[in-house]
Ligand binder design. Structure first.
Ligand code: URA
Length: 247
C-alpha cells in the first residue's frame, strides 16, 4: 500500500495529521533502515515492510496491531483503571493512539484480573478480537493455578464434570484439568466468564492463591518474554489465532 508520510505517522498513532506533519517538517522523522531524514509530509512511501523513526523512536509500519503482553500482577485491563495502573501504560504511546480503526488504540482480547499474570493479547482489529472472545468459537485458554489446599481427586472431577456458578444455573466445566503439584492445577477453559477460574475453583472446594495464563488459542507465552514486556505477534501467529479468517 502507498501512503504519504504524514498519513503513515497518523495511522500508526503519532498524533493528529497536523502534529505528524509538524514532526516531519521539523526534521524529526527518518525513513528506512539507513535513517535518511524526510521533511516532506506528502512524500509517498510503500508501507510494506516500512521502517521509520520519530524523534529517535524506531517503528515498523503495521496496518493492524496484533501483539502479546506478559501481564504482570498489579495492573488492570482497563483504559480507565481504578486502584491499579492500566496495562495500556506498559505499551508505547503510538499503540494507545492508533487511529483509522473503529476503536482508537489497541484493546485487550478479553480481560485478566489485576492480580492475574501471563499472556494477554491486544489488537486494534475488532473482528480478530471478536473471533477470539466470542463464546461461539470456544477458544481454549490455559491457566496455571496455585491453590490454597492440596488438590484432591474430587476437586478435579468436579472441575471436569461441571460446577454451578452463582450467575447461571447451567454447569461450567473445564475442557481439561490436571494436577501440576500438591497445590497446583493446569486448567483449560473455553469460555470467558467473569472471574471464571477463581469461581470454579471455589465451587469445587478450593481457593485460588495465584493465577497465570500460559496460553490462548494457538499461542503460548514465550519463556523469554519478561513480565511487563510486549512483542508483535508474527503473521503466522495471527493467522493461526484467527483460524485463517483474517482479511
Ligand atoms: N479467571 C479468573 O478468575 N481470573 C482471570 O484473570 C482469568 C480467568
Amino acid at each position: 500500500m502507498k501512503m504519504s508520510l504524514q498519513d503513515v505517522l497518523f495511522s500508526q498513532g503519532f498524533g493528529t495529521r497536523r502534529i505528524c506533519s509538524g514532526l516531519i517538517q521539523q526534521g524529526h522523522v527518518t525513513v528506512g533502515v539507513d535513517g535518511a531524514v524526510c521533511v516532506d509530509p506528502a512524500a509517498v512511501w510503500d508501507t510494506e515492510g516500512l521502517v521509520f523513526s520519530v524523534q529517535g523512536q524506531t517503528w515498523q509500519f503495521q496496518r493492524r496491531a496484533y501483539l502479546m503482553l506478559h501481564k504482570p500482577a498489579g495492573f488492570e485491563c482497563s483504559h480507565k483503571p481504578g486502584a491499579h495502573p492500566s496495562v495500556y501504560t506498559l505499551l508505547p504511546a503510538p499503540l494507545r493512539q492508533r487511529a483509522g480503526t473503529a476503536a482508537a488504540g489497541v484493546q485487550a482480547v478479553g480481560r485478566l484480573d489485576q492480580d492475574t499474570t501471563g499472556l494477554l493479547l491486544l489488537s486494534d482489529d475488532g473482528k480478530f478480537i471478536h473471533r477470539l472472545t466470542s463464546p461461539r468459537h470456544h477458544v481454549p485458554k490455559v491457566y496455571e493455578v496455585e491453590v490454597r489446599h492440596p488438590v484432591d481427586d474430587g476437586q478435579l472431577q468436579r472441575l471436569l464434570e461441571g460446577v454451578v456458578l452463582d450467575d447461571d444455573p447451567r454447569p461450567v466445566r473445564a475442557a481439561a484439568c490436571e494436577r501440576t503439584g500438591e497445590r497446583g492445577l493446569r486448567l483449560t477453559l473455553t469460555e470467558g466468564k467473569y472471574h471464571q477460574v477463581k469461581r470454579m475453583v471455589a465451587a469445587a472446594g478450593n481457593r485460588v492463591e495465584g493465577l497465570h495464563r500460559s496460553a490462548m488459542g494457538t499461542v503460548t507465552l514465550p519463556s523469554d518474554l519478561a513480565p511487563g514486556h510486549w512483542r508483535w505477534l508474527t503473521r503466522d501467529e495471527v493467522q493461526a489465532l484467527a483460524g485463517g479468517a483474517l482479511s
